[in-house]
Each structure stands twice: as C-alpha cells, then as structure tokens.
Design a protein around this ligand. Structure first.
Ligand code: NAP
Ligand code: G4F
Length: 331
C-alpha cells in the first residue's frame, strides 16, 4: 500500500525537491503551509499539483495536531524553519519560537495524535550547529560526533531542535532521525541566500538588467552540495531499521570568492571584482568561518553519495537563472 508523508516547509527549497522525490516513489504527499494568502501557495499548486495542502503553523500546536489527524502519515519530514542566519540575528525570538520550539510542537502533535509508536520523524538539523571556529574544526570535517558551538540565534535554535528530537527518541522510543545537513543549493534556493543571490545577479548582469552585486564577507567557506541530492538522503534515513543521526555533505569546502569566480566564468567574465561591492549590512555579528562535513557514515550506512559537484552546481544555477531572467523581460 502507498505510504503517506507529511512535509512541513513545503514552499521552501527542500520541500519542493522532497515532494517531487516522494511523489515519484508513489507516496501520498501532504504539505503544511502557513499563513493566509501565502504568496508561494500558487507555486505549490502549479508545480506540485499532487501535494495536499494543509494550512498550519509550526508555532501553533493545535494546527499541527489537526494536520496529523488529517494526513495520518507514516513519515513526517520537519523542514519548516526560519532558515536565514542573517534574519535570525534581527528576529531572534521568532527564530527561537519557530526553528527551536516548533520542533517540540511537531513532536508533541505526533504524540497527541497517537503516532508515537508508528510515525517516523525526520528533523532538519544543520551544520550551523558546529559553528566553524578554528579550535573546533576536525581535520577531515565534522562528523556526527563532533562538538557543537553555534554562532547565531538560528544555530542555537536548531541545536535545541536537534536535542529535543534526540530526547524524544531516547525518552519515548520514537523513530526520530536527524539529518545534519551542510549547505545545499540549487535552482530553488531562495534569492536571499548567497549562492542564488550570485547566480541570479550574474544572469542579470549578462542580460544587461543589473550592473553589479552587493555582498557581505567573501572569505567564509562552505561545504556546498545540490539540494536534489540531499533530499534522497533524508528519505533514506527514514527507511532504516533504526533511527539515527547522519551528516550529509560533499567533503569539500569553497569560499564565496570561488563561487563568484566560477559563476562569472559562466558568462565569460574572468575578473569579477569590478562587478562586486561590499556592504556591512550583509555582514553578521558573528560569522561561521569554515564548514566542512565528513559524510562517511551516510555513505556507508545509507549508501548515499552526492552526485553534483561544486562546478556542476554553479553551472546549473547560473544556467537556470539565465533562462529565468531571459523569460522575465520586465522584472
Ligand atoms: P527554506 O527554503 O527557507 O524553507 C523554509 C520553509 O519553512 C518555508 O516553506 C517556510 O514557509 C516554512 N516556514 C517558516 N516559518 C514557518 C512557520 N512558522 N510555520 C510553518 N512553516 C514555516 O529552507 P530550506 O533550504 O528548504 O531548508 C529546509 C530545512 O532544512 C530548514 O529547516 C533549514 O533550516 C534546514 N537546513 C537547510 C540547509 C540548506 O543548506 N538549505 C542546510 C541545513 C539545514 P513560508 O512560505 O511560509 O515562508
Ligand atoms: O547563503 P548564506 O546565507 O547561508 P548560511 O549562512 O551558510 O546558512 C545556510 O546554510 C546552513 C547550513 O550550514 C543552513 F542551516 C541555513 O538554513 C542556510 O540554508 O550565507 C553563506 C555565507 C555566510 O558566510 C554569509 O555571511 O555567505 C556570506 N555572505 C556574504 N554576502 C552572504 C552575503 N550571505 C547572504 N545570505 N547574503 C549576502 O549578501
């Protein structure tokens, strides 16, 4: 019989890729969407027509209980969050409520609706929990055993979510798995994140719609993979015999400058410096200098491996934005 999954964060990047994957696998898919007149509702309705939309909010327990009662899922993927690190510094309390306590609300909704023993739960944990400080950087990258030292209200809220999810696994025997995912990007990445901000600006520069891009710090390094590869890992985590935590990463780290170099090369520009300005408005009170993940456990236990490499990712994103921006002549 076909399985049923409930995805929170259906309008986000990962929600898009995961809904597609689960639909291809024959799942009945429910997606939680917050707010009256969510402007992204139309995108879900047109691009993911098979998704059954449920209006609910991660900060409203009663709406989540009703969502569980409506969907009756075997698997819950908790992707919803205030996910932008810079925004979390400006809105730390909202971030704690949604990104942190929202995880507790979703877990309680599962218990209150009687799903404690039957529902498998995926928590979207993050490499931001490690913090990237020099004293805390394992040579071969962060593993599931590495020390956490979050550097933003977002990272701190995610760490609460990670530990409360772990606590429900240990306290109630719930099937709860946390994916500690390093940055994953793609055509569906929000324009507020640095990779997509660059790929979109590069496309617009090529088409004469924009003449420069304004960024913050350019030296931080990230372990950047492709989102389409990472949702496969999420699904695999919930198909195991027992719940566990897994790092998903590429095992490579690259600076924003390297991303800029490859992105501008795609439009035939070798020296990007004249096109890039910097503004402290895009710098953070505390930065995560370098993230590098070690996905050995996921590769061995889940048989998961990323397919798209760093140059392939940049190319995919710039090509997509060139096409998008060519179609939107007036934007
Ligand atoms: P995203 O594109 O920012 O999507 C976030 C989603 O959360 C959106 O659908 C948003 O819906 C929803 N949301 C926000 N507040 C909500 C609330 N109060 N109630 C219900 N839904 C709410 O994020 P993503 O890149 O897909 O990431 C998915 C998850 O993985 C997030 O939890 C993120 O923190 C985590 N993560 C991401 C990465 C990465 O590199 N992408 C890495 C590690 C972990 P609206 O349409 O209402 O805004
Ligand atoms: O693209 P970013 O905003 O992503 P960040 O902060 O690494 O967080 C993302 O990845 C996390 C996983 O490690 C997720 F948990 C989180 O939800 C999110 O998806 O920034 C990347 C780097 C940072 O060092 C930032 O300071 O780019 C730097 N940066 C420089 N200029 C900029 C900009 N970031 C943004 N968003 N915008 C800029 O103009």
């Amino acid at each position: 019989m076909a399985k049923t999954a409930l995805i929170t964060g259906i309008t986000g990047q990962d929600g898009y890729h995961l809904a597609q994957l689960l639909h291809e696998k024959g799942y009945k898919v429910y997606g939680i969407m917050r707010a009256q007149q969510n402007p992204r509702r139309k995108n879900v309705e047109t691009e993911l027509p098979y998704v059954n939309i449920i209006e609910a909010d991660l900060s409203d327990l009663s709406s989540l209980v009703r969502a569980m009662e409506t969907a009756k899922p075997q698997e819950v993927y908790n992707l919803a969050a205030i996910s932008h690190v810079g925004y979390s510094f400006k809105n730390p309390i909202l971030t704690a409520d949604v990104t942190g306590k929202g995880v507790l609300n979703m877990l309680e909704a599962i218990r209150l609706s009687g799903g404690e023993k039957t529902v498998r739960f995926y928590q979207a944990s993050t490499s931001e929990m490690y913090g990237g400080l020099e004293y805390n950087r394992p040579k071969n990258g962060y593993t599931e055993e590495s020390k956490f030292h979050p550097r933003s209200p977002y990272g701190v809220a995610k760490l609460y979510g990670h530990w409360i999810a772990t606590n429900y696994r240990e306290s109630y025997g719930m099937f709860v798995s946390c994916g500690i995912l390093f940055n994953h990007e793609g055509e569906r990445r929000g324009l507020e994140f640095v990779t997509r901000k660059i790929s979109n600006a590069v496309a617009r520069i090529k088409l004469g719609k924009q003449d420069h891009i304004v960024l913050g710090d350019l030296w931080p390094k990230r372990d950047w993979g492709y989102a389409g590869d990472y949702v496969e890992g999420m699904w695999r985590m919930l198909q195991q015999d027992k719940p566990d935590d897994f790092v998903l990463a590429t095992g490579e780290t690259h600076s924003i400058e390297e991303f800029l170099t490859l992105a501008f090369k795609e439009i035939g520009i070798d020296d990007w410096k004249p096109y890039v300005k910097q503004d402290p408005a895009f710098m953070r009170p505390a930065e995560v200098d370098l993230l590098l993940g070690d996905p050995t456990k996921a590769e061995k236990v889940l048989g998961w491996k990323r397919k798209v490499d760093f140059p392939g990712l940049v190319k995919k994103m710039v090509e997509y934005d060139l096409e998008l921006e060519s179609d939107q002549k007036t934007s």
